[in-house]
Write a new protein. Structure first.
Length: 122
C-alpha cells in the first residue's frame, strides 16, 4: 500500500461525494465514498486519515454520527460539510471537539473546488 492519505467521504448526494473524491484523487490521495451510514461504517478503517462528512443525512444526522465515531475512538481528521450555513458548522465543530474528535475544519455548501482542495491539503 502506498503512503498516500486515505480519505473517506459520506454524503447522501452521490454527485457531491464523487466531486470530493475526484478532488482528493487529484492531489494524490486515495478516496472512497459512501452515501449511507452503513456503507460508511463498513468502509471506515483504522487507516482512514481523513473523513469528509455531510451534516444532514436521511438516516442519521451529523451530531449522531460524530457521537458514534467518538464511541469508536475514531482518530481520523474530520471535515464537516453542510448547506445549512456557517453557524451550524461552527456549532457542530465545537460539539465534535467536545467529544474528543479531531475536527480539522468545515466546508459550507456550495463550496468551490479550490476551497475543497485547500482543505484536503491542510
Amino acid at each position: 500500500m502506498s503512503g498516500s492519505r486515505q480519505v473517506l467521504v459520506i454524503d447522501d448526494n452521490p454527485d457531491i461525494a464523487e466531486l470530493v473524491c475526484a478532488a482528493a484523487e487529484s492531489v494524490k490521495m486515495n478516496c472512497m465514498t459512501a452515501t449511507t451510514v452503513d456503507a460508511f461504517l463498513g468502509a471506515l478503517m483504522p487507516e482512514t486519515d481523513l473523513i469528509l462528512m455531510d451534516m444532514k443525512m436521511p438516516e442519521m444526522n451529523g451530531r449522531e454520527l460524530m457521537a458514534l465515531l467518538a464511541s469508536r475512538h475514531c482518530q481520523a481528521g474530520i471535515v464537516l460539510m453542510s448547506g445549512s450555513g456557517q453557524g451550524v458548522l461552527s456549532e457542530a465543530q465545537t460539539y465534535g471537539l467536545g467529544l474528543g474528535l479531531n475536527v480539522v475544519g468545515s466546508l459550507a455548501k456550495p463550496f468551490r473546488v479550490a476551497e475543497l482542495i485547500a482543505m484536503l491539503q491542510r
